[in-house]
Write a new protein. Structure first.
Ligand code: F6P
Length: 328
C-alpha cells in the first residue's frame, strides 16, 4: 500500500491489440473523471510517452467506442522504451503534465516495461491484461480472449461444413505464439480431432497413427487445430508430414491469422474490460500500486507486477484428457 496521492492518470495500450481494449480505456477515463482526476491518453503504447504524443481526455473522448475492436489509442511494441534514455524521456513527458499514475493495458511484455518504469521513476503503474492469448497468470480472463476464441469457432464451424462436403482433413492454424489457449478452447468447442499447442510436446507419430486408424474405419472428415507457436512448427509443417505419410488423404491448410484479433468485442470482453478499468483507477486511488488487476472466481484479484511478468497461465491437464476422450 502506498499513501502517495494520484491526481493525474495516463492510460495506454501496448503490444498486440485485443477486442475490448476500447471498453477498458472508456472505463479508466470515465472512472477517473468521476473521481475528479485528470486523465491523459498516450498514443501508440510506450512510443507516445517517449515521443510526447499525449493528450487530455474528456468523457466524450470515449463516446461510442465500447463496441469497437482495435484501440483508439493505437498500439505498438516500443524499441525506445527498452533503453533507459527512452524511459527517462517518457518520464519527463509525464512529469511536465503532472501525470503521476499510469494504467497499461497489454500483455506480459507491456507489464515488463511498466514494472521497470515504476521502479526507476517511482510512478505507480497498474496493468490490465489485454491479450487474445490468455497467457497471463492471476486472472481467469484476459480482455479479448473471449472474442478471439468466438471468431475462431465461427471460422472453424464454416471450415467443418466444407470439410464434411468433401470428406477432407483440415489443419487449421490459430493464433498463439507461446500459448495454446485459443487452440484448446476453439478446438474443443468445434469438436476437433487433434489440438496441438506449445505447452505440450507434439507427438506427430501418434497423430498420424490416429488418423490412419480413422482412415481405416472411413472417418475421413477430421479437423486438427494447431496453435501457431506449436513446437512442431504450425499447420504447414503438420500438413507436410500428413501428406507424406498419408498420400491418399485429401488435406487442406487454413491459417486464420489476424481476423482473430479484430472485430467487435463480445459481451464478456466488454464486461471484464469495464470492470477491470474501473478497478484500475480504484487501485491507484487507494494506494494498491504496481499490480495487475485480474478476475478470479468472479472476484477481483491483484497480482504484483513482478509476479505477473513471471508466471504463465498453465494449461489444465483435465482439458487435455477431455480433448482425448471426446475426439475418439
Ligand atoms: O497479441 C498476441 C498475438 O496475437 C499472438 O497470438 C501472435 O503470435 C502475435 O500477437 C502476432 O503479433 P503481430 O501482430 O505483431 O504479428
Amino acid at each position: 500500500m502506498s499513501d502517495r496521492k494520484v491526481t493525474k492518470i495516463g492510460v495506454l495500450t501496448s503490444g498486440g491489440d485485443s477486442p475490448g481494449m476500447n471498453a477498458a480505456i472508456r472505463a479508466v477515463v470515465r472512472t477517473s473523471l468521476y473521481h475528479g482526476l485528470e486523465v491523459y491518453g498516450v498514443l501508440r503504447g510506450y512510443n507516445g510517452m517517449v515521443e510526447d504524443d499525449i493528450f487530455k481526455m474528456e468523457s466524450r473522448s470515449v463516446a461510442n467506442i465500447i463496441q469497437r475492436g482495435g484501440t483508439i489509442l493505437k498500439t505498438a511494441r516500443s524499441k525506445d522504451f527498452y533503453e533507459y534514455d527512452g524511459r527517462k524521456r517518457a518520464y519527463d513527458n509525464l512529469k511536465k503534465r503532472g501525470i503521476n499514475g499510469l494504467v497499461v493495458i497489454g500483455g506480459d511484455g507491456s507489464f515488463n516495461g511498466a514494472l521497470r518504469f515504476s521502479k526507476e521513476f517511482d510512478i505507480p503503474c497498474i496493468g490490465l491484461p489485454g491479450t487474445i492469448d490468455k497467457d497471463i497468470a492471476g486472472t481467469d480472463f484476459t480482455i479479448g480472449f473471449d472474442t478471439a476464441v468466438n471468431t475462431a469457432v465461427e471460422a472453424i464451424d464454416k471450415i467443418r461444413d466444407t470439410a464434411d462436403a468433401h470428406d477432407r482433413l483440415f489443419i487449421i492454424e490459430v493464433m498463439g505464439r507461446d500459448a495454446g489457449y485459443i487452440a484448446l478452447h476453439s478446438g474443443i468447442a468445434t469438436g476437433a480431432e487433434h489440438i496441438l499447442i506449445p505447452e505440450r510436446k507434439t507427438d506427430i507419430e501418434s497423430v498420424i497413427a490416429s488418423l490412419q486408424e480413422k482412415e481405416k474405419r472411413k472417418k475421413l472428415v477430421n479437423l486438427i487445430v494447431v496453435a501457431e507457436g506449436d513446437e512442431f512448427g504450425g499447420a504447414e509443417q503438420v500438413a507436410r508430414v500428413v501428406k507424406e505419410k498419408m498420400p491418399n488423404v485429401d488435406a487442406r491448410v487454413c491459417i486464420l491469422g489476424h481476423i482473430q484479433r479484430g472485430g467487435s468485442p463480445s459481451c464478456i470482453d466488454r464486461l471484464i474490460a469495464s470492470r477491470m478499468g474501473y478497478h484500475a483507477v480504484e487501485c491507484l486511488l487507494t494506494g494498491k500500486h504496481n499490480v495487475m488487476v485480474g478476475i478470479q472466481n468472479n472476484k477481483m484479484h491483484y497480482t504484483p507486477l513482478e509476479n505477473a511478468v513471471k508466471a504463465k497461465q498453465k494449461i489444465n491437464e483435465e482439458w487435455m484428457r477431455i480433448v482425448k476422450i471426446l475426439a475418439s
